[in-house]
Design a binder for this molecule. Structure first.
Ligand code: FUB
Length: 314
């Protein structure tokens, strides 16, 4: 019996050790991180990444067990593997802000395809058997922007209560959030769900559920402006109506412009917020360098509100 108990405790400790109390920030260069736990490792699907750039033409993922060392995964998909990408006549196209979902053992990668202006941006989706891909594009755009709506920043949330899957998208200058219910095949929409615009919404929507409360969090402000920050609203359903609840992440003395984020629950029950930010240059000055990905613990008050996050380093 003692041996069984020792085995159990060893396994429990090994599981807990997969998520340290504190990550080493900043983690790596990149932006718009979509994070997901897969088999005890944290996977991040970002725009760019180490050596990556704003005008990315492909995606990679990064996985880690200790939130300190990262393994580069992929490549997931390249621009030249998306056949429809050039049919809008725009001179150049970029890929950014991916969102990932799983269903029936498959992985679905949703991505923004631009330029954003003046040609409307679009959202595509590709399917893989493994998180690192290779992903196969579905063959056509899933969502097309226009009329002031920028089809960017896709995020897919599977509602554990209804079994329905929703796609949230939109933002930037249009600052418009739109929501669709996806078909069970995950590569087409069943219908659009009309939602009210959450206060201070700019872009980068993310949805998670905790204790029956749906949390919609999002970036506010201009992506490289001093007020760029993460805010949230709550609802009793994944599509609102929203109750605005305030800011989660705002600039501080050492970091500017925290934005585009994900919220994930680790095996030990701890919640993490994975986001990008700029490291503030010494003294007053404009945004400098590249966006960096950081991870911090997210805490809730007894009433279910999200407590403001203190950004950490080192
Ligand atoms: O990375 C490009 C854009 O910047 C994203 O679409 C926005 O969410 C912002 O992070």
């Amino acid at each position: 019996r003692m041996t069984m108990l020792r085995l159990f405790l060893t396994a429990a400790l090994a599981t807990a050790a997969a998520v340290p109390a504190k990550a080493r920030n900043p983690q790596f260069q990149g932006a718009d991180p979509h994070a997901m736990f897969i088999g005890g490792d944290l996977w991040i699907f970002p725009t760019g990444g180490p050596g990556g750039a704003w005008e990315a033409d492909r995606f990679f993922a990064f996985s880690s067990r200790d939130l300190k060392t990262w393994e580069k995964r992929g490549e997931l998909i390249r621009r030249d593997q998306i056949a429809w990408i050039g049919d809008d006549g725009a001179p150049a196209h970029f890929l950014w802000a991916p969102g990932v979902a799983t269903r029936n053992g498959k992985y679905y990668l949703y991505y923004s395809v631009g330029p954003q202006n003046p040609t409307p941006s679009r959202i595509g989706v590709a399917v893989a058997d493994r998180p690192a891909g290779p992903y196969r594009d579905s063959g056509k755009p899933l969502i097309t922007g226009g009329n002031g709506f920028e089809a960017i920043d896709p995020m897919v949330f599977a509602d554990p209560r209804s079994g329905k899957t929703y796609l949230y998208a939109g933002g930037s200058a249009g600052a418009t959030l739109r929501v669709w219910e996806l078909r069970p095949d995950m590569i087409g929409t069943a219908r659009e769900v009309k939602v009210e615009q959450p206060p201070h919404f700019t872009e980068g929507a993310f949805v998670h559920e905790r204790n029956g409360v749906y949390y919609l969090s999002y970036s506010h402000g201009r992506w490289n402006g001093p007020d760029y920050s993460v805010h949230y609203a709550t609802a009793a359903s994944p599509t609102g109506p929203w109750r605005y609840r305030g800011a989660i992440l705002t600039s501080d003395a050492r970091h500017q412009g925290p934005g585009h984020h994900s919220i994930v629950r680790a095996r030990n029950g701890e919640w993490l917020i994975v986001y990008h930010r700029w490291e503030r240059p010494a003294g007053p000055g404009p945004f400098a360098g590249e966006r960096q990905i950081a991870i911090d613990v997210l805490r809730y008050g007894a009433d279910g509100t999200i407590l403001p996050v203190r950004m950490t380093d080192g």
